[in-house]
Structures are given as structure tokens and as C-alpha cells.
Design a protein. Sequence first.
Length: 727
Amino acid sequence: MSIRQATDQPGKLALEAAISLPTRREFLKRFGTGLMVWVVLRRSAGAEESEAAHPATFRPRSAGDFNAFLSIGEDGHVTCLTGKIEMGQGPITSLPQMLAEDLDVSIDDISIIMGDTELCPFDAGTWGSMTTSFFGNVWRAAAAEARSVLLEMAAETLQVPVARLTVDQGVVVDSKDPSRRVTYGQLTKGKKIERRLTVKPSLKAPGQFKIIGKPLLRRDSREKVTGTAKYAGDLRMPGMLYARVLRVPAHGAKLKHVDTSALRKIDGVVLVQQADLVAVLHELPDVADDALGKLHAEFEPSPSTLDDRTIYAHLEQAKLEPTVVAQGGDIAAGRALAVRRLDQTYLGAYVAHAAMETHAALAHVEGGKATVWASTQNPFGAREEIAQALGLPIPSVRVITPFVGGGFGGKTFNLQAVEAARLAKETGRPVQVMWTREEEFFNDTFRPAAVVKIQSGLDSAGRIAFWDYEVRFAGDRASAHLYDIAHHRTSAVGSFMEPPGFHPFPVGAWRAPGSSNNAFARESHVDQLASMAGVDPIEFRMRQQKDPRLARVLKAAADQWGWKPGKAPSGRGLGVACGADAGSYVAAIAEVEVDRTEGKIKVKRILVVQEMGLVINPAGARIQIEGGITMGLGYALSEEMHFKDGVLRETNFDSYVLPRFSWLPKIETVILDADDSPPNGGGEPAVILPGAVIANAVHDATGVRLLELPMSPARVKAALAVKGQVT
């Protein structure tokens, strides 16, 4: 939903609001009086000259002119706007929480408008755990600016110095005479005041916080639990058509011919047939489904010859120049110091995003303007894609983002929105495109398969003598080691996006892109070095550690767990792993049980300690950590795409296995206080560790080292068989 908590109906998320949001002109008219604060982060060409010539009439002219905006109405109600979207990660609560803190108002008096390209400031997209860490302080700055302006106005109204004034819940009070007071609404009533923030104002210190740091119930929780929350697939318009699109059977296949004659027998079916888009549409979705099944199409087969086993050789043989991510010392000198060597290769499969909501969009094209309601992490990117597809100028396209039912990086591209817009233009009627689960899998941009090669060694003192690390195609995020190693080099070949066309199907960002593969390889390898050195895995990491933040989370994890040192494999089934992602530090300890007959891994308990700087909403942060661990069980134990010649074997949840409720271990979370540090990403760090910590726990339980994700029962049984441990 783009408008949350409308001023006249707090908390209500209505379908009518979703499909009848005001235009920018209507919005500015509605909020024509009161205080508006614009925060300028980037200027468009000519903006400075225009401001100098007409300072009193400055308006943002393009998406690049401003990046945060809030309005305080004459009733004292605060409306704030953001290009960020809500897809379950919680900014619908945490962003107003930050704004309320520095504005000194109740969070209940704040409405938030999200992901509307006509009303909201430009945003590059909602991903990378950057909403709070990158955008939140801009909101706080805008709030502090507004508060300063209002205090100046109150000082004039009450005829007292600003220093004598205090603010609470939107009421300014004379500290020497509490009977003399004025509300924000009274100060702004009947006036039109605009301020553009150019100097960073003073923000509250942690000791002054009243709202930040308090665990709050998510503002969308009631709508989500009761089912009244509206997603793109829930929206309807008069005269709307449901569209079903003809898809090729394999990646790389091409349509040769389609026989549409059977459609003549179905009343009301609309056929759109273009070179790259064939679709059937009807006012009833089941009729559109039936019509699609009556198309008889011939395809040229895919030229791809790769499958899920040969893909790794394909990745290893790619002739691409590596990029050095980090290095120090001299690798050759380090090799000379090594008295024991460990060289290993780690593999990771393609993984789907598998969000519960499939891609959906509702498009209406009329009078040279397109309005599209889309499930997207990237509404401004969608606007550009739609504009290009329709041949419209970008300002003529408006994208509105309702609630998004999960994204994880998979809703950054907007094919469904483009399809809906093209079909709406062609038919002259509103069109909804909502992918089936099979389409969702087929059109996914998967986490890429990856190969990580590590060469390393221990010196005579049992320390890491050298570290030579190469990651291929996962991406370099979180690839640099976390330890005190004099001679080291980390390099990356390709990324999760490059080079285009190298993979047999589209790939892209998957929650904390690259980090889960890199953490699995790095922490598995460090664990093996600890075993070679005959040292407890936590003690080994602490010996090699100089980063106080990482040492702190690792020590806190050991203390919370009640860790008793022991050399692995100890038979206890305990594993440890640590990492850094999105500016946050995280450590995990897990306990597993391995069924040697079935090859099944049961995670019994998992502890996560995270230090993420200033925490805005601890309740929301814990939910994100727990969700990250649950999601991580999937890529660690079961999630994997099998394919051959461009054909995917997994197209639904009967074969693509997500974590089950019965799999869930006891999950414990500890968030370390770091209020004096800026907020860092909290949604993704925990998801990077399950693969590593479970692999290390399996080794501790069985002595078997698993080098490929996911650690499926078949792979566990094969590894146990090599060790002679199958029962």
C-alpha cells in the first residue's frame, strides 16, 4: 500500500486508497498550508542557477533534486514520503520511528507514503539493507530541521528565547511558564512555509531518545495477520482484463509459430500477438487460463547444453580477468612459511528467490499517461522500463507500490509491470498480469551458481601463514577475510550480474548478494585450519583476530552459548561461524544431529549474535534475524535448481523444497548494544551464516566435510560413505 495511515482514517489500509492516490498537484494542493521540508542530496543540471535567481520559488523539478520530504499540516499531522517500499522488512515502522524521534511528535501522528513515483522522492531501490543506514538519517535530519523552524516560530509567537522552549508530542512549551504553550498545528495553520535542508542539523544523542530503540509492534501487523493488506494481485479496476502470457518451454528457446484458431470458440477473449509478446486476456481469470491452454505453439529448442553438474566446469573455465578485492604482504613469502597446506574448492548451486507473492502488476494507460501498480523493489526503475516500452516520457509514467510479499532481490526487475503496461496500451483497458508459480520460477533471476577456490597454509606456530582466495561469479561482497593474516589476496571473477549471458538463464541479486557463498567457503576453510592446528574453532578465530567488533560478537556468542572448548571433530555436533555484512557483524553457533542412515541434518539449536550499530526497533530487528536464519536453512539444506538444456526441473514447491516448520531449531538472538555507532544493515547479515555454521557443525558431529551447498541428504550420505560411516 502506498499510503499508510491516511490522515482521516489512521491505520486503515483500504483498497480505495491503493487505486485512487492523489496526483502530485492534488497532494500539494491538499498540503498547501503548513511546513514542508525538502532535503537536497543531488542537483539536476541548472538547479543551482535557478535557485539563485528565484530562491523563494524553488521546487524540486526532477527526481534528482531532492531525496526526502516531510509535511506538517495545520492539524499537526505529519506526512512523510519515501521512495522505499515495504516488503516485510519493516521500514513502515522504523522510518516513522526515526522521524518521530527528532521531530518530537507521537509516531501515531505520522502518515507514511511509500514507493509512489509521482509523490515520493527518487530512490534507487529497496535492497542491500540500506533503508535505515543510508536513508534513515536523512529523515532524521529533515525532522530536526522542521523542529528547529517550528521552535523559531514558537519563540516569535510566545515572545521568549528559543533556549527556553521544550517540545513533547508536538507541543512547544515555555519551560519557565508551562501554561504558555503552542502546538505544531497552531504554528503552521494558515501559513505556507517551505524549507530546504542544506546544513546538517544536530540530531538527538542516544541518551535523549524516547522512541528510537523502543520495541514497537509493526504498523502493518494487523493488516498482514487479518488478510486485509492489499498487494498488486488484489487490486481491481472497472473493465479490467486478466492476462495470461505465452511462455517458451526452455531458456533460450524461441517461438516459431502459434495457432490461435481455437480461441474463436471462447467468447470475450482478447488476443494480443506481437513479435515478443503473445497473450490472451479475459474479464475472468479462469477463462484466460483456459484460453492460454488452447494455443498450439511450436518452438525452436534452446541452444544451451549445460546442466546442474557441468555448470561448475563452465564457471571454472571462464576466461575473465580477476579483480583484486583485498591484498597484503607477499603470497609467495607466505607460501614459504607454511608447514602445512590446505587447498579446497567450494561449490554453491543456483537458488530461487521463491517469494510467497509472485510478480504482479495492474496497468492503466489513458491519455498519454500510464499508471501501474506493481510488486517491485524498484518503482523508479520500473517507471523507466515502462516508459521505454511504451515510448512515453518518464514523467508520463506513474508507478505505485502496494505491499510487496517478499522480494529478496528478486523483484528488482519488472517484466510483469512492462507486460501489463504494454497489454493495457494495446487493448485500451486496465490489465492485470500476475505470474503463476511456474512463471515465477521460470522468470526468476536466480542466485548464481558459484565456485570458490582457497589455497592456504599454517606456519610452525599454528597461525595462518597465507590466504589466497578466488570467488567465481558469486560476487565479491563479504569475500575479504576477517582475520589477521600477513600474506593474503582475495580476488573475484565475474559477479552475480556479470558477464551478461554467461549463465544458462538470468541471475541477479539474492539476499546479501554473494555473501552466503563467500561466508560458507571462508568459514568452512577457517574451521578446517583450526582442526589442522588442533585448536578449538572459537579460540583459533580469536587468536587470528584484530577487529574488536568481530571479537566482541564472537565472545558474546561463546558466553551466551556456554561454549566449552574442544578440538573438532568432537562428536558434539557444534559449529561456529562469523561474518560481516552491510556494516554489521554477526556470529553464530549451531548444534546439529545427523541421521547417518537417511543423510538428513537436523538443526537443533542456533544462536545468532549481531552488532548492527544503533538499533531503531529491536522487535523488528529480532524478527529480521530470525527470518534470515529460517531462510538460510533453505539454501544450506535443500534449495537448488536442477536443469538441463535450458529446461528447469523445479517449477513449484512440490519439487523446490523450502524450509518446513518442522525443521526449525530453537533460535536465540542477541543484539549487542552499540548506540554510539550509526545504524547499519540488519535484514541481511544473519542470512549469510547458516551454510557455514551448519557445515561446521556436521563436521564436528561426523568428521565429514561438506563442500557443496545445499547439503542435501544425498550429498551427506555420499560423504559418509566415503568415510565409511553410513549405517
